[in-house]
Ligand binder design. Structure first.
Ligand code: PLP
Length: 379
């Protein structure tokens, strides 16, 4: 089996599973309970919060554990809008949000919901590499803009957006800045200096699924998204996923410790795949930015081919990858991200996302190219 779908999810590391097991067994207590054994569990969880905060070089109190990247995105955006006028935006009338055409559905569908409920949304386009223009973003800011939400790195094509500059502009203009860092967290450095809200997820960094975080800059006030008990400093109620949180902290520590080495590993295999595909298959093209890209994601367009045919052919040979599009209601919709970069429907339909991870080898890449060549020649 060759797994080349690490942007979809990653296999939890052995150390991560080991860090979780006690909390699924003997340390099962509710961290909010009064007895000492429960208090120990609460302390372990607080240590996990501090360990993750250290990875990002932020205060422990600014990290809120959630049920994953989707929840963090929803919370950040909806609460920022619900609270518009509380901070920075005092006195502004109406609610205008600036985002992009290439966001993950966790952001884009939240924005659509808000739009249906009276917000105005400007969705910035990108160049052919999936990069937004900072000047265009600055020009789009209005009197009533309360939030800018731009992803750090794109999940389909890997392009890294200029979030440092975006954050600086947002701050100069008194607008909140949220970034979806689900794909970048742990994989490339993140400059936290001008970020108000950041979403991350554990299962993209060799941690468990169903747990993530929202970083809330201590300088801002963000309302709660749900109502319930006092967990997570009263802002994210519900009994905590302690085992998930302990696994997440372990995964974060491990990946932040080796970000540079892992990036080098993933990137060298990505380059190998790109080089070998260019040599082996006529007409292949690559999407995403040539330099500013995640180390492990390569989006490849095969001329006059359908991604379904390729994915099925790969799956038969136990090679697992994804289309650059979501599969909805059984039909492959052309990817909005690729369309935003100027791809035709046909090109979008012929695109596969390969995403490389820590256990992949040069042999995996060579074998994948061999099988792809076979599939293309057959059709
Ligand atoms: N944002 C991006 C960019 C993603 O790639 C994903 C997952 O694929 C998410 C958000 C959602 O994260 P989760 O699966 O933890 O809900």
């Amino acid at each position: 089996m060759i797994y080349l779908d690490h942007a979809a999810t990653t296999k939890p590391r052995k150390e991560v599973v080991e860090a979780m097991l006690p909390y699924l067994g003997e340390k099962y207590y509710n961290p909010s309970a009064y007895y000492r054994v429960a208090n120990n569990v609460k302390n372990d969880m607080e240590t996990a919060r501090a360990r993750i905060a250290l990875c990002l070089q932020v205060q422990a109190g600014s990290i809120y554990f959630t049920g994953g990247g989707t929840e963090s995105d929803n919370w950040a955006i909806r609460a920022a809008i619900a609270g518009a006028g509380i901070k920075g935006s005092g006195g502004k009338k109406g609610k205008h949000i600036i985002s992009t055409r290439i966001e993950h559905p966790a952001v884009s569908n939240t924005l659509r919901y808000l739009e249906e409920n009276g917000c105005e949304v400007t969705r910035l386009g990108t160049d052919r590499y999936g990069m937004i223009s900072v000047d265009e973003l600055a020009d789009a800011i209005r009197e009533n803009t309360v939030l800018i939400s731009v992803m750090h790195a794109n999940n389909e094509i890997g392009t890294i957006e200029p979030i440092e500059e975006i954050g600086r502009i947002a701050h100069e203009r008194g607008v909140l800045f949220h970034t979806d860092a689900v794909q970048s967290f742990g994989h490339i450095p993140i400059d936290m200096s001008s970020i108000d809200l950041l979403s991350a997820s554990s299962h993209k960094i060799y941690g468990p699924k169903g747990v993530g975080l929202l970083y809330i800059n201590p300088k801002i006030r963000l309302g709660r998204m749900m109502f319930g008990g006092n967990q997570e400093m009263g802002r994210r109620p519900g009994t905590e996923n302690v085992a998930g949180i302990m696994g997440f902290a372990k995964a974060a520590e491990l990946i932040f410790d080796e970000t540079d080495n892992l990036a080098e590993h993933d990137n060298s295999l990505r380059e190998r795949l790109k080089r070998e595909l260019s040599e082996a298959i006529p007409g292949v093209r690559f999407s995403g930015h040539p330099d500013r890209h995640l180390p492990g994601i390569l989006s490849v367009t095969f001329e006059h081919m359908s991604n379904e045919v390729i994915l099925i052919g790969l799956d038969r040979e136990e090679i697992l990858a994804s289309a650059g599009s979501a599969c909805s209601t059984g039909a492959m919709e052309p990817s909005k991200v690729l369309k935003a970069c100027g791809a035709s429907d046909e090109e979008a339909h012929g695109t596969i996302r390969f995403s490389i991870g820590r256990e992949n080898t040069e042999e995996d890449i060579d074998e994948t190219v061999r099988v792809l060549k076979k599939i293309v020649n057959r059709s």
